[in-house]
Design a protein around this ligand. Structure first.
Ligand SMILES: [Zn+2]
Length: 316
């Protein structure tokens, strides 16, 4: 299966889907900037628009996956050279306080993200926008399977990334899923599955030892294995994501991850969106402290202007 890119990709997909598909949009819910707005607003809007121009009614289901099980920030022995030898800096977004002091940061950003996407798609009355947090999928069978397998054998993920990303990976310090400490909410735990299938999590921050069934914990799960249950459980036909993920080898590695986790899935198509460089010349991203929100009409104009030229550069 081939990947789809940019404006031409949207046009091809509008012909193939004829208005019906389950579409995956994933976000780390701690901000919403132009780099997110492209795959979340502009691309869905254009897919609906082109679909309508072909004479079909857009009836897409857009799933907004809010990754509350992702880490607040990454740490590792050497992130630049070994980007897959990682652990969470503190905790997950689920336990990161909201900037307004009410609830967690996901409670703060969920309405902002959902409202923006719904507004961009308001002309297409039969389109559905479904918001889903990882934590709300905890009891789904595939989520549980992926969590447990990743805890028992992080090498499943490591070996695939090593083979397909083109990056080096150190042998030690590989883990891609931890239970969260129930005392201090740290994601820095040593997590094991015991003989009775219960989880044991020893906190490396406060020292407490938690012990209990899978369902009694919340988790940190790295985004690459975390994608699998979301795609599988929601019968996803299309993922829309930034071109940076293609450059990381995700297109091939995700397929391999499905295989080694034993999930038989109709592999979704993937549409890669423009990258946008901010005024400082860096690709826009919260982690790069470069996260400008832009008015939808301006962003739409930029995407049309750049067409199949993959990098929108605001520094020029
Ligand atoms: Zn703790």
């Amino acid at each position: 299966m081939k990947p789809y890119f940019l404006i031409n990709g949207i046009k091809e997909l509008s012909k193939e889907f004829k208005g019906k598909a389950n579409i995956y949009l994933g976000i780390r819910p701690y901000g919403f900037h132009a780099g997110n707005q492209l795959p979340f607003m502009v691309y869905p809007y254009l897919l609906c628009k082109f679909t309508k121009e072909l004479g079909f009614t857009p009836k897409f289901n857009f799933f907004l996956f809010l990754n509350d099980w992702e880490q607040d920030a990454l740490e590792g022995p050497d992130l630049a050279n070994y980007p897959f030898n990682i652990f969470p800096k503190n905790t997950t977004f689920q336990f990161t306080p909201s900037p307004d002091g009410k609830g967690n940061i996901v409670d703060f950003y969920e309405p902002i993200i959902a409202t923006n996407v719904k507004k961009a798609l308001e002309d297409f009355k039969q389109v559905k926008v479904i918001v889903m947090r990882n934590s709300s999928m905890k009891k789904m069978k595939t989520m549980k399977d992926v969590v447990l397998k990743t805890i028992v054998n992080p090498k499943l993920v490591r070996n695939v990334l090593k083979k397909y990303s083109g990056k080096s990976i150190l042998k030690n310090s590989c883990s891609y899923c931890n239970a969260i400490c129930k005392s201090c909410n740290s994601a820095k735990t040593e997590t094991k599955i015991m003989k009775d299938q219960r989880i044991r999590a020893k906190c490396l921050i406060c020292g407490s030892i938690n012990y209990g069934p899978y369902e009694s914990f919340e988790y940190w799960l790295y985004h690459k294995p975390l994608a699998l249950p979301r795609i599988y459980e929601n019968k996803i036909d299309l993922c829309i994501t930034g071109l940076d993920h293609y450059n990381e080898g995700d297109f091939v590695s995700r397929k391999e991850l499905f295989k080694i986790y034993g999930l038989k899935v109709k592999y979704p198509k993937t549409l890669y969106s423009h990258l946008i460089k901010g005024a400082n010349g860096l690709v826009m991203g919260k982690s790069k402290k470069n996260d400008e929100y832009m008015a939808f009409p301006r962003l739409l104009k930029l995407v049309i202007k750049y067409g199949d030229n993959s990098i929108i550069d605001l520094s020029k």
